[in-house]
Design a protein around this ligand. Structure first.
Ligand SMILES: [Zn+2]
Length: 342
C-alpha cells in the first residue's frame, strides 16, 4: 500500500515537473486535459477542509496512508485504499475507499454527506428527526424459514432471534416505549410484509434481529446494517459499476439510519465484547422498504462453535437484548435533545 502511494505521488510530481517545463517551452499552449494521472476520482473531496469546517483537526497523513481527524470529542482514523475507518474506536464502512492525494485523504462526496456528516453533525438533520415513541421489533425468519442453524446445538436463528426480540420488548416497555412485534411466535412473515406492518403500526423505529452463519468456521462477531444510500455499493459489493446502481435509491431517513446504527452497534460491541465486524451497508428488503429509521443486527455467528454456545445461553441473550436497548435509548435521547433545542 505504501509503495502504491509512493508511485502515485511520484507520478504526481513528475506530472507537475512536466507541466512546468511545458509551460516554459510553450506558454501559449491551451491545455486540453490537464488531469494528472494521480487526480482523485470524480466525486471525491479532500477531508481536511470538510473536517475543519466541523471543528475537527486533520493530523498529518502517515507514509502508509493513514490519517487521523480529531477534536476533544471525536476521533476518526482513516486509511488510503480502505472503505473501513474507526469512529471513536468503532468500525464503520464507507461506500468507497478513502484515497490519498496531494498528501492527504479524500473521501467520496456521498460518504461525506450520507455517513460522516450524520455521524459528526447530527444536529444538522434535526428537522428530519422523528422522536421515538413506538418501536417495531422484527424477529428475523420464522415458520418454514428457520434462518441459519447450529447443528451441534440444534439451535435455529428463528428461535434465538424471537427470544431476543421478546427480551428486548420487555426492557423497552419498562423504559416507557410502546413496542410492537412482527411476530411473537413461530410463524412465517414475508419480508415486504414486515416493513408494511411497521408502517401501519406507525412505528418510529424498525429493529430487525438476526444471527449469522458463514462457511468459514472461524468467522465470528457482531455486525449492524443500515440501508445503502443511492449511487453507492453495499459493503459486500466491491465491483458493481456505480452507473448500474443509479436507480437503487436510499431513503428519507438515510441520516438517522446511520446515527441509530452507530449507537446500537457501539452498545453491542461495548457490552458483549464480541469481534467488531462493523457498521455496514446493505439493501436488505426490510431496510429498503422501511419508512422510518431502520437497522438490521447480526448479533453473532451460529456457525462459530464458541459463539453459538454463548448464544444458546439465555443469560447471553439477555445481554444482547440489553445492549440493543441501551443503543436504542441512546439514539432516542439524541433525537429528543434536538427536539427540545430550538
Ligand atoms: Zn437472518
Amino acid at each position: 500500500m505504501s509503495l502504491r502511494r509512493l508511485l502515485s505521488s511520484s507520478r504526481g510530481q513528475f506530472a507537475l515537473l512536466l507541466s512546468l517545463a511545458w509551460g516554459t517551452i510553450a506558454p501559449f499552449a491551451v491545455a486540453q486535459d490537464n488531469r494528472a494521472p494521480s487526480d482523485p476520482p470524480d466525486g471525491f473531496v479532500a477531508l481536511a477542509p470538510v473536517m475543519r469546517g466541523w471543528g475537527i483537526k486533520a493530523q498529518r497523513m502517515s507514509v502508509e496512508g493513514a490519517q487521523t481527524f480529531a477534536n476533544a470529542w471525536n476521533t476518526l482514523e482513516m486509511q488510503h485504499d480502505s472503505r473501513e475507518f474507526y469512529f471513536n474506536g468503532l468500525r464503520i464502512f464507507m461506500g468507497e475507499g478513502a484515497v490519498a492525494h496531494g498528501g492527504e485523504l479524500w473521501a467520496s462526496r456521498i460518504d461525506v454527506q450520507k455517513l460522516l456528516r450524520p455521524l459528526l453533525r447530527p444536529q444538522e438533520f434535526a428537522q428530519e428527526a422523528q422522536p421515538v415513541r413506538r418501536i417495531m421489533i422484527d424477529a428475523g425468519h420464522g415458520g418454514k424459514d428457520r434462518g441459519t442453524f447450529s447443528d451441534p446445538l440444534a439451535l435455529s436463528e428463528k428461535q434465538v432471534a424471537l427470544d431476543v426480540a421478546l427480551r428486548l420488548e420487555a426492557i423497552l416497555t419498562q423504559q416507557g416505549f410502546e413496542v410492537e412485534q412482527i411476530r411473537t411466535d413461530d410463524v412465517f412473515v414475508e419480508k415486504g410484509q414486515r416493513a408494511l406492518m411497521a408502517q401501519l403500526a406507525k412505528a418510529d423505529l424498525f429493529v430487525s434481529i438476526h444471527f449469522n452463519a458463514a462457511g468459514n468456521p472461524n468467522a465470528r462477531g457482531t455486525e449492524t446494517y443500515v440501508l445503502t444510500p443511492a449511487r453507492q455499493r453495499s459493503t459486500g459489493d466491491a465491483s458493481t459499476p456505480i452507473a448500474e446502481l443509479g436507480t437503487e435509491s436510499g431513503n428519507a431517513t438515510d441520516a438517522w439510519n446511520v446515527v441509530l446504527g452507530a449507537e446500537v452497534h457501539r452498545a453491542l460491541i461495548n457490552r458483549m465484547g464480541t469481534v467488531d465486524r462493523g457498521l455496514k451497508r446493505a439493501r436488505f428488503a426490510v431496510l429498503r422498504l422501511a419508512k422510518m429509521p431502520a437497522i438490521l443486527i447480526e448479533a453473532g455467528f451460529l456457525s462459530h462453535e464458541e459463539e453459538a454456545r454463548e448464544i444458546a445461553s439465555p443469560s447471553r441473550r439477555g445481554e444482547i437484548a440489553e445492549a440493543m436497548a441501551n443503543g436504542i435509548v441512546a439514539y432516542a435521547n439524541q433525537v429528543q435533545a434536538f427536539q427540545s433545542t430550538p
